[in-house]
Design a protein around this ligand. Sequence first.
Ligand code: SF4
Ligand code: SF4
Length: 348
Amino acid sequence: MKLFNLCKKKEIPGFHGGFNLLEAYPIRFCNVIEKISSDVAPKQFVFNAPQQKVEQVIVNLCPTEPWALPNWVTLAHDTSSFLDKVVALRARCFPAARVAIAISEKEGKHVTEAIKYAGNTDWMTAHPLNPKYPQNDPVVLSKVVLHAEVECGADTTTQGILILDAQTIAAAYESNVLGNKVNSRFVAVSGTGLKENEVIRVELGATIGKMLGGRFKANGTHRVFVNGPLCGREITDLSQEIDWSVNNIVVLEALNVKVMFPMIKQEEMSFTTNILGEVRQCVYCNFCDDTCPMDLEPALYYHSYTRGEGHKARSYNLGKCIECGLCSFICPSKLELLQTIKACKALD
Ligand code: SF4
Ligand code: SF4
């Protein structure tokens, strides 16, 4: 593989290109399941435009994680109809805003359609992007699409930039333009711990346990991640409810052996499942430094922390870390670098 393809390129100041996870771990979602109900009255989706004036809306149609909800679920292969909804929502909620459509350059026909559609307006632009992780991060996306000067960790809405994904646009159109109730959403579920990768329409308020019921592979122990294993969170309590913030659930088999260089194993997403495996010392390979999209030095934070000098990490641009988790992912010693980074940040 592709290890050499993973080298970063200097493209945008403050963001160095990222990593193509979609090539490393291609995932197919075959089934769309309709629909898992909550056992209580389902909660309702509410879309409130931000308090701040919205000057720019970025519609993010460029998922950069293999386990993210694929666009076709919401767009139904009809980009123009979807963009009609964007037009109506803009007219209702942010009539003065410019709209940038960020779309994966791999989606040929849809890119052409988006460019053509945008060309008929003087306020919409289409931006074909190479879908490299972590370009979905709001600050990074603002830099890549708008070349905006946004501080890492900042809320982009405070700078007038609102970022919406396809499913949120569709739901906001349904509720704010058509006046219909929206009480369910699609969640992508995938990973080595499940029988199949599926997209499930689930009522808001249903528990994660109910949604995953019967879908685990029978044997072994599993680790469950909400919103992905890289920068999402691991949960053990499956009674948590699905709300609008849950985009995907990844279930991985917990291995009791360490997988060396998991990035070259295309068939398994095993990179964070070594909870019982041996953690080795840092081997000073510099992979983490090389892969960091923000040009930081994760190993330096790790060594500062383990020496009891985590407070010093701030002197090395720790605040620019967007917590994408690529450094943990790439580390051949399976060191939990992101956890260390979060611990250093918490020292303040
Ligand atoms: S999580 Fe790691 S790779 Fe990502 S920005 Fe922070 S230091 Fe860099
Ligand atoms: S990738 Fe892991 S082993 Fe290599 S330098 Fe970074 S922390 Fe050390």
